[in-house]
Design a protein around this ligand. Structure first.
Ligand SMILES: Cc1ncc(COP(=O)(O)O)c(C=O)c1O
Length: 400
């Protein structure tokens, strides 16, 4: 019916690659197989008790049951700015430079919706967390994908990255308006030092673009690595916003709490579009999120330590099984080159094979971009025992 009526935005969105592995995974589970699921970045731990208790306290107060505030309650915006001051010594105005979002994915997508004119373009690394590019397509914009080149130690190859941006500017009319960065990176786990952001901010001022920096994995960092914030750079607020989430840091993925801070023009655009789209997150969740940021941070260390132990177990046991993988410095993933003898298969076929023959689910790199196709992303979301079991299965699989 109505074949002449086309939904162009939806048609422009590519098929969700991960669905292929997901469907296969569900099928195998239904058939009774014990699948070790290392595919999604969905934290498996409990939200710390003091945060849950605060939610329960707050929900008992009937005045919290009404519509909340779309930009976030004042106390939470103040807590966000205090967190930035404590962690990064960055000053932010809770009224003009911070907005609460229903998870950082929603915040990112609505921000892009608010600031993208039809035909505008953005530079987005490839591979990337899929919404980083798809949000621009949904908003009627275009994407210049630039290959994310890593050094041998899985730090970003800054020179190549910045040179790629400059090349896009030399070759594109109209010039792109936005550059997206995400370090620690999903899916590659790549990290950067503060010096990179200084160069990026300088370039943004020279070429006249806004930067959206996503630091979702800032607190999942190992071996003494400390994730920098772009807002630590003097004058960064002129050109940059940063997005963050409580999903990973506090095991609160289902709660949907994130925020966007920094450049007041971008923050105000996001606030305005959100004021039309939503009435804000349920107040008790915002109250509990305030406690998460303001309260004892021991739980953050514990959550990060859990991922670190799993990382160590995985690198060691997969290595013994014959699959050498680089040990990442941050995030809840490892980014693994497909073993040589299977590389020609590509990441989707390899992931399917791994699922069917080793009972291990991973995410195919192609789902994050064409340059991801020689790798798979393995999420550290099962305990050490299960990770070691996965390694055993893989050892048998590789020997076949
Ligand atoms: C880089 C990155 N940003 C944002 C998100 C989404 O986080 P949230 O749960 O806040 O929407 C994820 C989730 O996997 C992510 O990997």
């Amino acid at each position: 019916m109505f074949d002449e009526i086309q939904f162009e935005k939806i048609a422009r969105l590519p098929k969700y690659v991960f669905a292929a592995v997901n469907d296969l995974k569900m099928g195998e589970r239904h058939a009774g197989k014990d699948i070790i699921d290392l595919s999604m970045g969905n934290p498996d731990g409990d939200t710390p008790q003091h945060i849950v208790d605060k939610l329960i306290d707050s929900i008992k107060k009937s005045k919290t049951h009404r519509y909340s505030s779309s930009q976030g309650i004042t106390k939470l915006r103040v807590a966000i700015c205090d967190w930035y001051k404590r962690k990064y010594n960055v000053d932010l105005d809770p009224n003009t430079e911070a907005v609460v979002t229903m998870g950082s994915k929603e915040g990112f997508a609505n921000l892009v919706q608010a600031i993208t004119n039809r035909g505008d373009s953005a530079i987005v690394p490839d591979p990337c967390y899929p919404i980083h590019s798809q949000a621009f397509l949904l908003a009627g914009g275009n994407v210049h994908g630039i290959k994310l080149e890593l050094n041998e130690d899985y730090t970003l190859n800054e020179d190549v990255f910045l040179a790629n941006i400059e090349q896009v500017f030399r070759e594109s009319t109209p010039a792109p308006k936005f550059v997206v960065v995400n370090f620690p990176n999903n899916p590659t786990t790549a990290t950067v030092g503060l010096g990179f952001y200084k160069k990026l901010v300088d370039l943004a001022k020279k070429e006249r673009f806004y930067i959206i920096s996503d630091i979702a994995y800032a607190e999942i960092a190992f071996d003494g690595y400390k994730t920098p914030s772009i807002l630590e750079i003097e004058g960064a607020k002129d050109v940059a916003v940063e997005t963050y989430t409580l999903s990973k840091t506090y095991n609160m993925a289902g709660w949907r709490v994130g925020f966007v801070v920094g450049n007041p023009k971008l923050v105000s655009a996001l606030k305005k579009i959100k004021s039309w789209l939503d009435y804000g997150m349920f107040t008790p969740i915002q109250v509990a999120a305030t406690i998460a940021l303001n309260g004892d941070q021991t739980c953050v260390r514990e959550i990060s330590d859990t991922y670190e132990k799993r990382r160590d177990a995985l690198i060691e046991s997969f290595g013994n099984a014959g699959w050498e993988i680089y040990k990442p410095r941050a995030s809840m993933f490892v980014w693994a080159k497909i073993p040589e003898k299977f590389r020609d298969l590509g990441s989707l076929e390899f992931s399917k094979k791994l699922l069917l023959e080793a009972n291990v689910a991973v995410s195919p790199g192609i789902g994050f971009g064409v340059y991801g196709d020689d790798s798979v992303r393995i999420a550290l979301i099962e305990n050490e025992k299960r990770i070691r079991q996965a390694a055993k299965n893989i050892k048998t699989f590789l020997k076949k």
